[in-house]
Design a protein around this ligand. Structure first.
Ligand code: MN
Length: 495
């Protein structure tokens, strides 16, 4: 069990300004509140919130979130009330604990309407502060890791199904790929224990055959990359039983027909090294056409960036290779949690050389846009069944991706115009925008942009007259970002 000073030291290791006093108070308070309660495993109950706090330190979260994790089950499972938490720890922690408590009360029912209704409340509760969701995900990971101690098979199945259907997809949505993968594997082991066991068994067997080969390839790559003067970290990663099972189903193949179970991952310092490494690999090994993916130039909508290629290794054995920077790797593993670590840097696009702080905040906010979009879908659809279907299916059907002249990608809502595009880049660009060139041709500012359009914004030296903007103000496509800027600018001009 993590000791009090160890927890504080962990937080201080990535956040020197950590609020030690708060962490100590939350630790002692939660420990006393849970008292002699035990879990089904026989462990003291307090070991659970402590483990959850430990998981959150791996994601480098702030003292407030860690304290919330320590306190997250006190209101639900002890005599402590929310008012107690509020008076002792203040408004912010009380509202986070309240959010987590509300999520804990939701149960995933088999009945469709109920399901959707709960799901909806769940999303609403979580979207107030993403830290609520992060605490809940850490809570779910620990509960899944200890699921085997739960005695009732029905309860185990319900928790596993809920994890598979709701928490794993949510983890993926906020870019926490590793977490999704762990949640899926743990659920899979419970929901389909026999298939899980047989895949694990086969993996064991294949691992022995493949390991030598992978070692050979890693050695060769090390040799070549060091000759090129690239420092890198190369590791082999076994695919998870669940991802293998999905592949078997998708491609309709048997376990015996699986060719590669280990993927190589190469981490390098910077972007240009990624492409350099790719070039080196392709010059030694042949690649399998159609398997190359450049998620660096076109990141996935959860922010994932990496180069993927599959080469034909020794003995004609296909080997999948992922190449990315350390920073991309942290974001791939930790998603939104990693953005906290990198928030001092301009990691999203390199289009703006020196964004002001307001701009930075807005850009970070766009990481969470899917939450807002999800809320819009929830508000627009009428029946619970519809809600369930639309949220499960395509949360991003409402987006278009357009390019700047230097091929930076700008995600926009469907129906966006070149004006929205300009504002999405920078408010000052939006304000000075008087025309646009779309895919090399002059286009009106009312043009509805489509996926893949390349857009160049023509600007006036000075700000255009407010009359140009009047029609946009009336326009239903008007974005809040424009609304915020224009009226004040207008009043300045008019006064
Ligand atoms: Mn809990």
């Amino acid at each position: 069990m993590l000791r009090q000073f160890e927890l504080v030291d962990r937080v201080k290791s990535y956040d020197p300004k950590a609020n030690e006093d708060l962490l100590n108070r939350a630790y002692v308070y939660a420990m006393k509140a849970h008292g002699t309660q035990t879990r089904e495993s026989g462990d003291s109950y307090f070991s659970h919130p402590l483990e959850v706090a430990g998981i959150l330190t791996n994601w480098h979260l702030d003292s407030i979130t860690i304290a919330t994790a320590l306190l997250h089950d006190t209101v639900e499972d002890t005599l402590v009330t929310l008012e107690d938490i509020h008076s002792i720890f203040g408004e912010e922690i009380a509202s986070l604990v309240d959010g987590v408590t509300k999520l804990s009360r939701l149960k995933f029912k088999s009945d469709q309407d109920k399901q959707a209704e709960n799901f909806r409340k769940f999303i609403l509760a979580m979207s107030k502060d993403l830290r609520v969701l992060l605490v809940k995900l850490a809570d779910r990971i620990h509960n899944m890791r200890t699921l085997k101690y739960v005695k009732s098979p029905e309860k185990r199945q319900r928790i596993a199904r809920e994890t598979m259907e709701i928490y794993a997809p949510l983890a993926e949505r906020i870019g926490m790929h590793e977490i999704r993968s762990e949640l899926e594997d743990l659920s899979f082991a419970e929901l389909h224990s026999e298939i899980y066991a047989s895949i694990s068994h086969t993996l064991e067997h294949m691992r022995k055959k493949e390991e030598n080969l992978i070692t050979q390839v890693i050695e060769k790559l090390h040799e070549i990359l060091s000759k090129e003067g690239i420092s890198s970290n190369i590791s082999g990663r076994e695919k998870s039983p669940y991802s293998i099972w999905r592949k078997m189903q998708r491609k309709n193949i048997t376990l015996e027909q699986l060719s590669d179970i280990i993927a190589l991952r190469i981490l390098v310092k910077n972007l240009s090294d990624c492409f350099h490494v790719l070039g080196c690999i392709h010059s030694i090994y042949s690649m399998i056409p159609g398997r190359f993916k450049d998620y660096i130039s076109v990141p996935k909508d959860n922010g994932y960036q990496s180069l993927h290629t599959t080469i034909i290794g020794p003995f004609n054995h296909p080997i999948e290779i992922q190449i990315r920077t350390y920073e991309m790797h942290d974001i791939a593993e930790m998603g939104v949690a990693a953005h906290w670590n990198y928030k001092e840097q301009n990691f999203t696009t390199n289009f703006l050389t020196e964004p002001n702080s307001e701009e930075k905040v807005r850009k970070e906010g766009s990481q969470y846009r899917w939450v807002r979009e999800l809320l819009e879908i929830l508000e627009q659809t009428s029946t619970p069944k519809e809600v369930l279907e639309s949220t499960k299916l395509e949360m991003f059907a409402d987006q278009v991706f357009c390019f700047t002249p230097i091929n930076d990608i700008i995600p926009l809502s469907k129906g966006s115009t070149p004006v929205d595009f300009a504002y999405a880049i920078h408010s000052s660009l939006g304000e000075r925008c008087i025309g646009a060139i779309v895919n090399g041709k002059p286009a009106s500012l009312e043009t509805i942009l489509e996926n893949g359009d390349q857009v160049e914004i023509i600007t006036a030296k000075n700000q255009p007259s407010p009359s140009i903007w009047k029609r946009f103000i009336a326009d239903k496509l008007m974005r809040p970002s424009i609304r915020k800027t224009i009226p004040s600018k207008q009043s300045e001009t008019l006064s």
